[in-house]
Design a protein around this ligand. Structure first.
Ligand code: RIB
Ligand code: CA
Length: 313
């Protein structure tokens, strides 16, 4: 097998985060160095616990889980229990984790890990607000030249926002962190709502997970059935967008996605459009291209990959 790709997952589980983590754990092409958790969908005390629940669901209590930022850099924390439930992982009844939470702060661990590896060896996969990554960049700017790339779920442009008319949740929760990351010079692959809204958890796709006949398959079906109800109600669709697994799927099969290199700038001041990712898709400015923005997905291929890989757990 070719050299396994070393990744750090930074996440705020979250049912869609959970499926992304399961996909990564089921894929031998990837070496998960560890999971950093951040406040987002629910408070940090729950996101770190949920990350450990997911590792144990996959039979991987060996994966180190770290707790990071308890709140955004500047703004107060905004959470999304109305989408993810009060535990952040409503749906299946998963037991409390027995594996320990690592004592080290996630920001310190991210810095130490990046400084201990060769430049260009480690990929950051972010599934939630970018607070941990921004804090790491401020604490140790030298990491910017060492990250291979950041593959992140967040933002939106043609689709607008999902938490305000202008802003997507991950960016809205910590727009200042997103601004630090998008100005860092680190190569970014961005999975905005424009692409994730094309990956819907239709009832046929949820049935495919359930038909795996495994504990992971049924737990995934239960997570998605809970997670999708809010968006089905909002968009009147069959199924909800499965955001975060797009990040991991890109590492495994980048050909599932298409987009273009362009500038992405973050609104951090306006009350009306706070957290908006202003994507210069038509290159009408001379702002430097800082992100490979994805807009299309082979959603059939995406779900085929998901079901096949989760079937291995
Ligand atoms: O807007 C979708 C994003 O916000 C996803 O990462 C979801 O898990 C929530 O964090
Ligand atoms: Ca998330």
């Amino acid at each position: 097998m070719a050299q396994r790709r070393k990744i750090i997952i930074d996440t705020d589980p979250g049912q869609d985060d959970a499926v992304a983590i399961l996909l990564a754990l089921a894929s031998p092409e990837l070496e998960i160095l560890g999971i950093a958790t951040v406040a987002g969908n629910v408070p940090l005390a729950l996101t770190e616990k949920n990350a450990r629940k997911i590792c144990e669901l996959a039979g991987r209590p060996d994966v180190p889980v770290y707790a990071g930022a308890v709140r955004p850099m500047v703004n107060d924390l905004v959470t999304a229990e109305h989408v993810h439930g009060k535990t952040g992982l409503d749906g299946p009844d998963l037991p409390d984790p027995r594996m320990p939470l690592q004592a080290k702060h996630a920001v310190d661990w991210i810095i130490e890990t990046l400084m201990a590896h060769e430049a260009g060896e480690v990929t950051l996969c972010t599934l939630g607000p970018l607070t941990n990554i921004a804090l790491a960049l401020v604490r140790e700017p030298a990491i910017a030249s060492r990250v291979r790339e950041i593959v992140m779920m967040g933002g939106g442009f043609f689709e607008g926002g999902n938490v305000t008319p202008a802003a997507e949740f991950n960016i809205y929760v910590d727009p200042h962190a997103a601004d630090v990351v998008f100005r860092s010079g680190i190569p970014i692959v961005m999975m905005p709502l424009d692409v994730t809204h094309k990956a819907l958890t239709t009832s046929a796709r949820i049935a495919a997970f359930r038909n795996l006949g495994t504990h992971v398959g049924s737990a995934t079906a239960e997570m998605l059935e809970f997670f999708e109800r809010f968006d089905e109600e909002k968009y009147g669709s069959d199924g909800g967008p499965l955001h975060d697994p797009c990040v991991i799927a890109y590492l495994l099969q980048p050909e599932l996605f298409s987009g273009r290199l362009c500038n992405v700038s973050i609104e951090t001041a306006s009350e009306l459009t706070l957290g908006m990712t202003v994507i210069d898709w038509w290159r009408v400015t001379d702002r430097p291209a800082n992100a490979h923005v994805m807009r299309d997905i082979d959603h059939e291929g995406f779900f085929r990959l998901l079901v096949e890989r989760l079937g291995r757990l």
